[in-house]
Design a binder for this molecule. Structure first.
Ligand code: HXC
Ligand code: NAP
Length: 261
């Protein structure tokens, strides 16, 4: 895709992407590296992390750590600083999801998603704070439209992502002026694990886009561009916001037409 950002924009920066070993977050990590950043990606599966780092190239690190384990995340962050010397950008994007009604979900099932998404985001941001290169550091949480719009079969993710949105706002207040904290809320993004779980059987060109103002699913690369913007100096006065990179999905159903006379 065509990008408005110049090569070398992130030269000299170091980025840590929690949940960056696949999908949208891997796309963000790749774009950071293309623009010159040193990158570390983290997920639970060590083989997946190693493969992601190889795919990113440019000396990227791939490490295994569970965002539910504060000490493990702190260790991965410290290893990143040891390798690259500093830390400028942190993305918290690890998430878990499955479709289930509230009564089909055990307490542990609910807790598991809240632990990964919400508590994981607290852990990542809490653990990185004193390692950040300030002023100018930028934190980005990956949230979702479910934070705002309730959705059946998604009580765990709706609650967790709503919590993430509020955590972004609180940290923006507590950690300014030297650290900016924002979120990105992707819409339906083609070719992702999230869409295969939440919209099984649907595809990006399957005619399900009428409701979306921009009439299509998004691309991983488009979410990555939003992340670059938020951590660039072009966003120097932007903090505490949730950037909806969703084709207008959150506005509601855009498919309504005048009824036949
Ligand atoms: C009901 C389920 C379930 C299901 C798991 N559980 N799947 N309950 N329906 N389909 C229950 C289990 O029975 C268990 O409860 C509890 O959840 C924990 O399950 P584990 O398998 O032990 O957990 P864990 O190994 O930690 O795995 C976490 C996971 C898994 C979330 C369950 O799916 C995962 O690792 N997901 C990561 C990848 C992922 O989900 N990517 C998509 C993110 S997309 P009991 O009571 O039996 O112990 C996304 C989209 C946002 O976030 C919005 C898009 C529009
Ligand atoms: P994905 O490919 O499944 O990515 C999830 C990543 O998180 C993987 O790297 C996974 O690696 C890691 N992860 C999961 N649990 C973890 C844990 N406990 N600790 C550390 N890492 C963990 O998902 P995606 O669809 O691209 O979604 C990425 C983000 O975008 C999520 O925050 C999601 O909520 C958000 N989002 C997605 C969509 C969409 O259309 N897909 C829409 C809105 C929002 P391991 O499995 O190896 O741990």
């Amino acid at each position: 895709m065509e990008s408005a950002f110049r090569d070398g924009l992130l030269n000299g920066k170091t980025a840590f992407v929690a949940g960056g070993t696949s999908g949208i977050n891997l796309g963000i990590a790749k774009r950071f590296a293309q623009l010159g950043a040193k990158v570390c990606v983290v997920g639970r599966n060590p083989e997946k992390a190693a493969n992601a780092a190889a795919e990113i190239g440019a000396g990227a690190l791939g490490m295994s750590a569970d965002v539910r384990d504060y000490a493990a995340i702190r260790g991965a962050l410290e290893a990143t600083v040891a390798e690259f010397g500093k830390l400028d950008i942190v993305v918290s994007g690890a998430a878990g999801n499955f479709l289930a009604p509230a009564m089909g979900m055990s307490a542990n099932a609910f807790r598991t998603v809240v632990d990964i998404d919400l508590n994981g985001t607290f852990n990542v941001f809490r653990a990185c704070h004193d390692l950040l290169n300030t002023p100018g550091a930028s934190l980005i949480a990956i949230t979702a439209g479910q934070a705002v719009n309730a959705s059946p079969l998604q009580i765990h993710a709706c609650a967790a992502k709503a919590g993430i949105n509020q955590a972004v706002r609180v940290l923006a207040m507590e950690w300014g002026p030297d650290i900016r904290v924002n979120g990105i809320s992707p819409g339906p993004i083609a070719g992702t694990e999230g869409m295969s779980r939440l919209a099984p059987g649907q595809s990006a060109d399957g005619g399900h886009q009428e409701r979306i103002p921009l009439k299509r699913w998004g691309r991983i690369e488009e979410v990555a561009e939003s992340a670059v913007f938020l951590c660039s100096t072009s966003a120097s006065y932007v903090t505490g916001t949730i950037l909806d990179c969703d084709g207008g999905s959150q506005l509601g159903d855009a498919s309504r037409r005048m009824p036949a006379a």
